[in-house]
Design a protein around this ligand. Structure first.
Ligand code: NAD
Length: 481
């Protein structure tokens, strides 16, 4: 682990094994830390923030750090790719988001370090004094929040970590990363890169381990000013509750149950790939993947037929080390078992299983599942309400546009959404009625825009300027002249 500018083992000396989800072979061992290790990292980050030279760093210094990380990632791209394939089961079709976009994002944050208005002059106001009316000057100052506890997740590990690292560095914070127990290797690789960036010690720390206590220590510690967490709603709620005791700033990027609205004028041939994507894109392990597909009632059977044919023809299942594989394994056996429970609930509650539903017969090792599609799904079924995080798509028939919008919004989640149609202007009007953080029309998606959730999908926004604001506290400094 990387703590206070040094590489350390867990104080207990313990490690744990990280399996390749496709082969079950051990990829690496990582230190299995405890609360003591976490406390040491928090203390280092606190000291670096309160007393170290980092506080005096300029936006230009921080820009250089971010550009250097981006350049190093670019140089070590094949190493990053191997790690993601072997330890996160990242299929090649996901690599644009897994690898290329995070590098671009780092360069964007480097640019924002210079463009962000750290000081904004406010309008002059009249201030009555004993000497008469004088000019009241003031400015809004954006200070760094302080020590940030950053808890990313494993599905797009570099992307998720960069969305925290980029703005945290650009705005001058110090940080402790607590990676997912499933995928700590990317944050350790980032530590190697940051070690070469001449950062003052304690600015960037990584503590790895299996126990939920590590994250809990970060959330409970009075020395931590902010938590940014990406993960499930259940853990997000626990974090919000625990953070209230110290009134920590919290940023939560949580799950989703997003809907694709196929409008009546959409071309079904074009819609079929996007509709089937939850059943294969990174094995459905994406927070904003549209897992509820809403289709006009009279096109329901036709769409299902096409989806089954598409999956049989185009979706190759196997080890993501093979670039032609579209559907790799899910991350762990425990997650596979949970997904299978959802598939069972779909069957039990009367959804129509169109394809899949089991494990591929020819793959003895690895946590694989067949791409699975349910038809005739009602929005009150468990598979339509809960996030499955596996290769399972649910198709729901609707009778009118209003009903489609109502079904899309009838969810405790509010993360993503999609509209497929020939009429973009109509889609924009519909998008404005959807209560989710993003809506993509005909596959469009801006990874540099604000990203986050309405309702129980989270609090706060990552991405671009919005991400920068999450890592600052605003202060008003006033004076008279
Ligand atoms: P999870 O909720 O299982 O998170 C596990 C992480 O939380 C681990 O690091 C664990 O150690 C830590 N943790 C557990 N209890 C804790 C506590 N009490 N205090 C602090 N930390 C604690 O989620 P996951 O499986 O890692 O991630 C999958 C979820 O992430 C899905 O719901 C997915 O939708 C969501 N996700 C959201 C986004 C987004 O940007 N909105 C992006 C990717 C994934």
């Amino acid at each position: 682990m990387y703590v206070d500018g040094r590489w350390v083992e867990a104080q207990s000396g313990k490690t744990y094994a990280l399996p390749n989800p496709a082969t079950e072979a051990i990829v690496a061992e990582a230190p299995d830390a405890s609360r003591e290790d976490m406390r040491a990292a928090i203390a280092a980050a606190r000291k670096a923030f309160d007393e170290g030279p980092w506080r005096k760093s300029t936006p230009g210094d921080r820009r250089q750090v971010l550009l250097k990380i981006a350049d190093e990632l670019e140089r070590r791209k094949e190493e990053v790719r191997s790690l993601l394939v072997a330890a996160a089961g990242a299929e090649y079709v996901t690599h644009l988001i897994q690898i290329d976009r995070p590098i671009e994002l780092l360069r964007l944050y480097a640019d924002l370090a210079l463009r962000f208005e750290f000081e904004t002059m406010l309008p002059v106001v009249p201030v009555p004094t004993a000497m008469g009316i004088v000019a009241g000057n003031s400015m809004a100052v954006h200070q760094p929040v302080g020590v940030c506890g950053l808890i990313p997740t494993w599905n797009f590990p570099l992307f998720v970590s960069v969305q925290k690292l980029g703005p945290a560095i650009a705005t001058g914070n110090t940080m402790v990363f607590k990676p997912s127990p499933y995928m700590p290797l990317i944050d350790l690789l980032l530590a190697e890169i940051l070690e070469g960036c001449d950062l003052p010690r304690g600015v960037y720390n990584v503590v790895t381990g299996q126990s939920a206590e590590l994250g809990a220590e970060l959330v409970e510690s009075p020395m931590v000013d902010k938590i940014s967490f990406t993960g499930s709603v259940a853990t997000g709620k626990r974090i919000m509750e625990a953070a209230s005791r110290t009134l920590k700033r919290i940023h939560l990027e949580l799950g989703g149950k997003s809907a694709t609205l196929i409008l009546d004028d959409a071309n079904l041939d074009e819609a079929v790939g996007a509709s089937s994507s939850p059943a294969f894109f990174h094995a459905g392990q994406g927070c904003a993947i549209c897992t509820r597909i809403l289709v006009p009632e009279n096109k329901h059977d036709d769409l299902l037929e096409r989806m089954a044919a598409f999956i049989q023809m185009a979706v190759k299942i196997g080890d993501p080390a093979d670039p032609s594989v579209m559907l790799g394994p899910v991350i762990r056996e425990e997650r596979r078992l949970k997904i299978e429970e959802y598939v069972e609930s779909g069957r039990r509650e009367g959804a129509q299983l169109i394809i899949g539903g089991g494990r591929p017969k020819d793959l003895g090792k690895g946590y694989f599942l067949e791409p699975t599609v349910f038809g005739q799904v009602r929005n009150d079924m468990t598979i339509a309400r809960e996030e499955i995080f596996g290769p399972v798509a649910s198709v729901l028939p609707y009778r009118s546009e209003d009903e489609a919008i109502r079904i899309a919004n009838e969810s405790s989640y509010g993360l993503g959404g999609a509209i497929l149609t020939k009429d973009t202007l109509r889609a924009i009007e519909i998008a404005k009625q959807i209560r989710t953080g993003t809506v993509g029309i005909n596959g469009a998606f801006n990874l540099f825009g604000p990203f986050g959730g309405f309702k129980q999908s989270g609090i706060g926004r990552e991405g671009g300027m919005w991400g920068m604001h999450e890592y600052t506290e605003v202060q008003t400094v006033a004076w008279t002249s």
